[in-house]
Design a protein around this ligand. Structure first.
Ligand code: PEP
Length: 256
């Protein structure tokens, strides 16, 4: 049974004070939402502080931290970057290949593939983003081909550990969310090259009103949420919806 994930990508938002308020609000709000994994991905400069806010001696085992990006080398002359060794000290997940990394910062498939290998080698779970720029008849195939390249050289065993986030670029931050049926169709297709254990998320203008329709789809294992993750009440509602669906599916509390 694949445990559902609700992941918040705060992108380049929040002051330190806001990050603290949001993180502790989520921590307290998900205290009894234990059938899912909740992941917070603050800006890297706040990671250690948010780690302190939410990770207190295993008290919140269903709440996790993720970085929004990292480089693949362990250390060295890479000004402005953070390394897997650094991420590992504070977080368990890392978002890789987000479309803002590829479109704004020009990251290549090869670079992202190196990062995927580095994260797995360091025991950090990659949340690997993939999605088409425009919705066309060939979208599904484009996404599948890109995912194959992003996962080049990753063993079958490691593919089970990767979390894939299907994020159609046209739906990110636009308010034009993909229909749940379309997201299911693409994600079901991607599952063909993945393991049945691999969790696949949908991302793109997800919110508290459409969350249930995605999370009820057979192959959609959670949501990667941008804008709505900055609104505490909305984010917590989405966590609760995922938890309720987990209950309907007969999930046990992760930690009971
Ligand atoms: C994202 O940035 O990963 C994302 C899905 O953003 P939004 O929810 O704002 O569309």
């Amino acid at each position: 049974m694949r445990t559902k994930i609700i992941a918040g990508n705060w992108k380049m938002n929040t002051s330190l004070a806001d990050a603290h308020i949001l993180a502790t609000g989520v921590r307290d709000g998900v205290e009894h939402i234990e059938r899912i994994e909740t992941i917070l991905c603050p800006p890297s400069i706040w990671l250690a502080s948010v780690a302190h806010d939410i990770v207190q001696k295993g008290q919140y085992p269903h709440l996790h931290l993720g970085a929004q990006n990292m480089y693949y080398e362990d250390a060295g002359a890479f000004t402005g970057e953070i390394s897997p060794v650094m991420v590992k000290e504070v977080a368990e997940y890392v978002i890789l290949g987000h479309s803002e990394r590829t479109h704004v910062f020009g990251e290549s498939i090869e670079l992202i593939n190196n990062k995927v290998h580095a994260s797995l080698a360091h025991g950090i779970t990659p949340i690997l983003c993939v999605g088409e720029d425009d919705q066309t008849e060939t979208s599904k195939q484009i996404v599948l081909d890109t995912l194959r390249k992003l996962l080049d050289g990753v063993s079958e065993e490691d593919i089970k550990k990767v979390v894939v986030a299907y994020e159609p670029v046209w739906a990110i931050g636009t308010g034009k969310a993909a229909t749940p049926e379309y997201a299911q169709e693409v994600i079901g297709y991607l599952r063909e090259i993945l393991s049945s254990d691999t969790r696949i998320l949908y991302g793109g203008s997800a919110n508290d009103e459409n969350a249930k329709s995605y999370l009820s789809q057979p192959d959609i294992d959670g949501l990667l949420i941008g804008g709505a993750s900055l609104k505490l009440k909305v984010f917590l509602t989405m966590c609760q919806i995922a938890d309720d669906i987990g209950q309907d599916l007969g999930h046990q509390s992760l930690h009971s």
